[in-house]
Design a protein around this ligand. Sequence first.
Ligand code: GLC
Length: 525
Amino acid sequence: MSSFLWWQRGIVYQIYPRSFMDSNGDGTGDLVGILSRLNYLEWLGVEAIWISPIFPSPMADFGYDVSDYTDVHPLFGTRDDLDRLVEAAHARNIRVLLDYVPNHTSDQHPWFVESRRSRADPRRDWYLWHAGRENGSPPNNWLSVFGGSAWEWDAPTREFYYHAYLKEQPDLNWRNPEVRAAMLDVLRFWFERGIDGFRIDALRQVFKDVELRDNLPNPGWTPSQPPYESLLPVHSTDQPELLELVAEFRDLADAYPERVLIGELWLPIERLVAYYGVGGRGLHLPFNFHLILSAWNPREIAALIHTYEAALPAGAWPNWVLGNHDRQRVASRVGAPQARVAAMLLLTLRGTPTLYQGDEIGMQDVPIPPEAVQDPVEWRLPGLGRGRDPERTPMQWDDSPNAGFSQVRPWLPLAADYQSVNVAAQKSDTRSMLSLYRRLIELRRASPALSVGSYHQLYVDDTTLVFERDAGDQRRVVALNLSADERALPDAVGSLPVILSTHLDRAAEPATVLRPHEGVLLDSR
Ligand code: GLC
């Protein structure tokens, strides 16, 4: 196991900083809050934390609209707080990853303020400005991920600028060498300060077709999907030059010891794996979101694992994600009983798991009354269930008035059930979801088969998935029942002793049957 690096062996835990822990009583989480909860993260057993953006920002997209890449938003604290957090995390062997947002800045970033001043401004070319068509319409049909045209008309300078997300998030022009240099300096700045790596935001968007060709209609689109998906973004995303840039990111990261680059890439598997790069000059971990996208049934999941494993280039390390700050919570998607099976799947698959804060206590999406909505996406894509507040509600630490998250009413409502679903209650309950996560993490970390071993599917049908993980002479079998019925285990594995059941109520006995919504980890030497 020692030949594997920390980001291969361990678990990444995503912190959404606004909602993790508020130390100064303003209702929003902060860096000192995270610091105060490091003992919990150490106890849970995670290897690294990735913190969503903490940089100065007007918060049009809650920090994903950065107005200064090398400072900390006062809401979250100071650069000194971050240094202290990194030091304290490192003292516990926890690495710290930040979020790098290369595709766009805030419209309040000084670069954009200058860029929009005049067509002749030296910063003009730092963003994507274009004349409209003759009839005054935008340069092409490209759509914003958050709805509407991706082009915003700037009346004073009589040109459009491009924004893949909100109009408050203008896209940078990465073909401009000065932009490239300035943005690479950002990575260097944080690496020098001891940051262990980055999750790279919206990576597939970074280059767009120079000729601005129209995107093509998506024949499979229906109005129940976001309007963005009505076109195939063939000319506005995933362009060949991006791989060259990623290689440059990698060279930069490799100048420091054991740094990691994780890319947010919503791409089909065959395109996703291209971002591992050629000759190791790519991302360490192009985020694999396909478990989020897959239907929750054993045959589809088995096929997905097979396709992904088969597509991985030589030397590439896999990874899996079940949830994040942009998607429905896994416990809401698959239901509370299945969420335990999902946890076992995530933590026994081959490849680095990323765990989203709160999933370890089975947090569900919280219904947000209209007057409490914060996420602009809720308004921009009404009725599609794409608003992201429900999965961003405050972490539930205990049963005190603000769930131990804050002294005051938090920025988003708390879950109605926080008095029973919280870290404190689950810590003292040996059969809780949290106890399950902790046991799984502990077993994974201690077992070469589970953390770095090979994967082989043993059996699949409409309800059950069985696979094994092997390393040296250690062999572990995982059997998951994705249904609400009792299922007999295939004979070959039914006599193996149970190491862990997701119900946390049996061990050592032969498995023979899987109860409803049960997953078991079996010892097969
Ligand atoms: C990524 C982030 C999301 C953000 C978007 C624009 O998808 O995860 O939260 O809104 O990029 O930066």
